[in-house]
Design a protein. Structure first.
Length: 655
């Protein structure tokens, strides 16, 4: 299948460097999609790994390149992809992932007393997915690569040295500790592991990343891919390089189902594990897991066998580990004896009875009975007989307006009267209730009306005028039908600000929004909240508030557009025409920060200045450069403008 590269291809680069990377890739005609195999190798991070017997071809001979596709499933701690080392005088190198960083460790002395390692400056494995990793090591230095691009590194331990010729096997997915045991197993997927005894360039590594077969002129000494292998557990990995067929990898360690060949989208496929009853009788149930392929299991009982037997009802759970950092949890409710512990509640009115079996019972009462289920097991049922409703004397308060009687249960009652009634409850049982009838006193509520100015009266309920500063007492009827006293006061509506303060914009357009919602802009017929401004000037808006009052305000807007011209070519031949390259800004433009940089097609810096008045004369490192296409990057901040601007592109130098 083909997978297009995503923006995470340059996770550690600044915006300027990312721009440089993309333009350099375009200049050297790289494609944007990468070839990825259908079948890949799954390492479970538990015990098993692969080993290739010691061979000088896999040792460092002053130049070494290792590259592979990886899909890390575990990124915390150290997970080793490949290694050729042992701290007991035989330490060579390893390539691995430690806490989301790519790490390369090496040693010239053969022990761990003075360890040396470099790692990526930033965490690069921040998301689950496929990554292409590579390392080169020669007498000039060490370089780490992610998705075909070199990444910034730091010296994590020790110093830069050459690498000892180790007699240890070349391990895939494991690391040998001082004790001799192998651990730090890689957990996840890997594909297209390749090793060269030469130093590949960044362009060559990018080409290898995008191809299913080796592409460079310097052929690898080891190449492992898995497209032609059947899915399932794998014991041996054959080297695809015809000149070194002896470099065959063999499985080391136990593990029946891992390592295995799987499809590249293995981690995107849904997987579930469920607990099930595999055998049962009235007293014992056998529990198991479906499907039965997993690395380990621990039950809530503490047992670790594939199946367990339980003889008590309850909820049982298990944690199933498929591979390192990949676990599933499920639970199952077990009831033994055909329903032991069932409780049935029955509500009865006082004096009523219910028949259970061949006898009658009255509430309150608890009966425990044993019955036989359809499968022949005993089932214990507990009957809880309870009195329905409150059969004592209850109380209820009913409200009415002052001097208004009400008929309750056939009795006419005045406010302040009380009586006892016999009512039928919701359960159908008789219930005595003491009823008290109370009147609701008149409520008092304040109401404030707003008017647009001090000389205009406010209107209450379309008929009553209330002057500013005046308070009227008005009697009306509330939602309950009783008297309500309103205290009505009139006030002048508060002043509103509807537009922001005068402003200057570093651009040729402004989207101006009001502070209060839809307004009518001067010269417009409809209301709108925002206005797009393309010219400096004074703009006026009118707003009608919910109180009915109208407000008008103006704002002065000054537009200061950022106009810049960057030539696409120049000719530094001293003829007085286009002899120097620099951007041209609008007259009067002032800067608080400015940088102009010129790069060659390989990313080398040729020229840099912080003075907008200085131009590039076509020289790099003191020497006139040839006719060619060069990359420029311009960063500047204008005085009075908040944002930094970056411009980049190509300029053609012609001599």
């Amino acid at each position: 299948m083909f997978v297009c590269s995503s923006p995470r291809a340059f996770p550690c680069a600044t915006p300027t460097v990312r721009t440089l990377y993309l333009l350099v890739f375009w200049l050297i005609s790289f494609t944007t999609c990468i070839a990825q195999s259908d079948r890949v190798l799954l390492l479970d991070g538990q015990r098993a790994h692969f080993g290739i017997p010691d061979d000088d071809a896999l040792d460092y001979g002053e130049q070494l390149t290792i590259a592979a596709w990886v899909y890390p499933n575990c990124r915390e701690g150290l997970k080793v992809l490949v290694s050729k080392q042992w701290c007991r005088g035989d330490y060579g190198y390893y390539l691995g992932i430690r806490n989301d960083r790519l790490e390369w460790s090496y040693n010239i002395e053969g022990n761990c007393g003075n360890p040396n390692s470099v790692r990526s400056q930033e965490a690069v494995f921040t998301e689950l997915g496929w990554y292409h990793v590579a390392v080169t090591h020669d007498r000039e230095g060490i370089h780490l690569y992610l998705d075909g691009a070199e990444i910034a590194i730091e010296q994590a331990e020790g110093r830069f040295t050459q690498i000892r010729n180790s007699r240890q096997p070349f391990r895939i997915g494991g690391y040998r500790f001082l004790s001799g045991t192998v651990g730090a197993f890689f957990s996840g997927l890997t594909d297209d592991l390749r090793v060269w005894n030469t130093t590949l360039t960044e362009a060559e590594i990018a080409a290898e990343m995008r191809a299913a077969t080796p592409q460079t002129t310097a052929k690898p000494i080891l190449a492992l891919s898995y497209d032609d292998l059947p899915s399932g557990p794998i014991e041996t990995l054959e080297n695809e390089v015809a000149s070194t067929p002896m470099l065959t990898a063999t499985k080391v360690g136990d593990g029946q189902d891992f390592p295995a060949i799987v499809m590249a989208d293995f981690y995107e496929r849904p997987v579930s594990y469920e607990l099930e009853v595999s055998d049962a009788n009235c007293e014992v149930v056998t529990l198991g897991v479906r499907p039965g392929t997993f690395e380990s299991i621990i039950w809530s009982t503490g047992q670790t066998s594939e199946t367990i037997q339980v003889d008590e009802s309850g909820v049982y759970s298990a944690q199933i580990t498929v591979e390192a950092c990949r676990t599933y949890v499920d639970s199952i409710d077990v009831q033994l004896g055909g329903g032991q512990g069932v409780v049935e509640s029955i509500s009865l009115c006082r004096g009523d009875s219910v028949r259970i079996g061949d006898r009658f019972y009255q509430a309150p009462f608890t009966l425990i009975d044993t019955v036989a289920t359809a499968d022949g097991c005993d089932s214990i049922i507990t009957y809880q007989l309870e009195l329905a409703g409150d059969e004592g004397v209850g109380s209820q308060t009913i409200t009415t307006c002052r001097n208004e009687p009400r008929r309750i249960g056939g009795i006419l009652m005045q406010p302040g009267d009380s009586t006892q009634l016999s009512l039928l409850s919701s359960e159908g049982c008789d219930s005595l209730v003491n009823v008290l009838l109370l009147y609701v006193p008149a409520t008092v509520r304040d109401t404030i009306l707003f008017t647009c100015d001090s000389t205009t009266a406010a209107i209450f309920e379309d008929s009553i005028s209330v002057n500013v500063g005046e308070t009227l007492q008005i009697t009306t009827v509330n939602a309950g039908g009783c008297d309500e006293l309103l205290s009505v006061t009139a006030r002048v509506s508060p002043t509103l600000s509807i537009l922001p303060s005068d402003t200057t914009v570093c651009g040729d357009q402004l989207n101006l929004s009001s502070l209060v919602g839809p307004v009518i802009w001067q010269g417009a017929a409809d209301t709108t909240s925002a206005l797009t401004i393309s010219n400096s000037g004074t703009y006026t808006a009118t707003y009608t508030a919910p109180t009915g009052c109208t407000y008008s305000e103006s704002i002065n807007v000054t537009l200061a557009p950022d106009r810049v011209y960057v030539p696409s070519a120049f000719s530094p031949n001293d003829d007085g025409i286009n002899d120097c390259f620099s951007p041209s800004f609008a007259l009067g433009a002032d800067f608080r920060a400015f940088t102009l940089r010129i790069y060659d097609r390989w990313g080398g810096l040729l020229f840099s200045t912080n003075d907008p008045r200085v131009c590039w004369d076509g020289e790099g490192k003191g020497t006139a450069v040839d006719t060619n296409v060069y990359l420029y990057v311009i960063d500047y901040e204008r005085t009075g403008c908040p944002d930094e601007v970056q411009l980049s592109g190509l300029v053609h130098l012609v001599r």
